[in-house]
Design a protein around this ligand. Structure first.
Ligand code: EPZ
Length: 425
């Protein structure tokens, strides 16, 4: 039985809330350790269940992992001196789809990889055809059999010109890692520009890769015969920062989100300001505070970076649920990312979904109720809603939050939230 979070809402959040390292930057960088036989040290890694799952998977491939403490912070050194196994089991891929990120590095380093085919998940079908097509363009043979992706390139990969038909974070990461060890130059056109993709590119460059165009939609990767040792600091988690920014706004509070960077959240912070939230920045991070007027609903659409991030859509919907007037929230990245809607309605929100758009009619307030978390960001949306709701909200399925929010209850309690975790029998 999963844990539940119990929130007694209505308390404005105040104070300083430190933002952790980014999950979605950490996971591909951990996988990148497979590209080199020399150590990769990652600083600012968050303590999350997804990070632990990736560590377990890498250990199965023969990567040695060493966790060390330095000045109060922990960092992980990953050494893939020898790749022991090139098989990623269904058990781990099923637990975490991001396990697919070992495919490119394993193939590029050893000439073969067998990774269980990930299925769909609660937010959508999430195919991986672009990863596979790109690897084929780099010269690999890729077959699907017995539930596995069986990829081989016994004579190594060769650089190619690859045009991605849609922007994909994962496909960009897979191909960038694979191309780093390919012969010759790879041109990756219509690449994703998310801060996590840029951070992976910087990590690869620290390992000795040659990548230009970082931060643009065209990456030029000049393959190297081998990569070396590196030390890299993982960027802060913009989704965690955005979630707590909404927590400050929805409770009428004020938070200093230390470590957060305005440049990582351009469209999101613009929407917050349009809604009527005060947003500032200092050398330590971002300041977010409610103004004394009621928030107003605005329309928004999720898009690849620098557009509004899909990973903050559920949380923003919770805020729109209590704003004045109506707002239309359109999800363009994933086809089923509205699982939080019926749960928000249980708390008193007035939201109807039509195809890819949710029409939110703002209500004066939410009231606590038991709700069910279905995935990581849907759960985060319920947490911020619960923080604003009167009375008690019980969020079942709290384990989803452990995948992406480090010390969530502790961070929120320190800023004045009444939140606790309960083990239900
Ligand atoms: C990454 O997923 C993130 N995960 C997601 O975070 C995030 O929501 C997503 O990017 C979008 O920003 C990690 O970084 C580990 P995509 P990813 O490939 O790479 C379609 C969270 O809550 N597509 O950019 O899987 C796909 O179906 C998570 O932290 C194909 O059609 O996302 C989707 O519609 C959830 N074929 C769109 O592209 C492919 O081969 C974008 O997906 C690949 C993707």
């Amino acid at each position: 039985m999963s844990d539940a979070l119990v929130i007694r809402g209505g308390r404005p959040l105040q104070g300083t809330l430190p933002i952790s390292g980014a999950k979605n930057a950490a996971l591909p960088q951990m996988a990148a350790a497979l590209l080199s036989d020399k150590p990769l040290t990652l600083l600012n890694l968050p303590h999350l269940s997804d990070v632990a799952t990736m560590a377990t998977l890498l250990a199965e491939h023969g990567v040695e992992l060493e966790l060390a403490q330095e000045g109060g912070a922990s960092h992980l050194t990953l050494t893939a001196a020898r790749v022991r196994s090139t098989v990623a089991s269904y058990d781990l891929v099923r637990r975490m789809r991001a396990s697919i990120l070992v495919l490119g590095p394993l193939l590029a380093r050893t000439g073969s990889a067998k990774v269980a085919m990930p299925g769909g998940c609660t937010i959508g079908a999430r195919p991986i055809d672009l990863h596979l097509k790109g690897l084929r363009q780099l010269g690999a043979t890729v077959e699907l059999r017995d539930g596995f992706i069986d990829a081989s390139a016994p004579h190594g990969l060769t650089g190619a010109r690859i045009v991605l038909p849609i922007v994909s974070v994962g496909a960009t990461e897979t191909l960038m890692m694979a191309a780093s060890l390919a012969r010759g130059q790879t041109l990756l056109i219509n690449a994703a520009r998310e801060p996590e993709v840029q951070d992976l590119a910087r990590c690869l460059v620290a390992m000795g890769a040659e990548i230009s165009g970082i931060g643009t939609d065209t990456l030029v990767i000049t393959g190297k015969p081998r990569l070396g040792a590196a030390r890299h600091r993982v960027i802060v988690d913009r989704v965690e920062a955005g979630t707590y920014a909404i927590a400050a706004a929805i409770t009428g509070g004020r938070l200093h989100l230390t470590g957060a960077r305005r440049d990582d959240l351009p469209a999101f912070l613009q929407v917050l300001e349009d809604v009527g939230v005060e947003v500032g920045e200092d050398s330590d991070g971002i300041l977010v505070g409610a103004s004394n007027r009621r928030l107003t609903g605005v329309d928004l659409m999720t898009e690849p970076f620098p557009g509004f991030p899909t990973d903050l859509q559920a949380q923003m919907m919770a805020l729109m649920a209590v704003a004045d007037g109506a707002s239309m929230i359109t999800e363009t990245i994933f086809e089923n990312r509205f699982m939080h809607v019926p749960e928000l309605c249980r708390l008193g929100a007035n939201i109807t979904v039509h195809n890819a758009s949710a029409h939110v009619r703002g209500v004066m307030g939410l009231s606590g109720a038991p709700v069910m978390a279905t995935d990581l960001r849907a759960s985060a949306g319920l947490v911020v809603a619960g923080l604003a709701a009167s009375g008690e909200t019980i969020i079942h399925g709290a384990d989803h939050l452990d995948r992406g929010y480090e010390r969530l209850t502790e961070k929120l309690s320190r800023c004045g939230a009444d939140i606790e975790r309960m083990r239900l029998s």
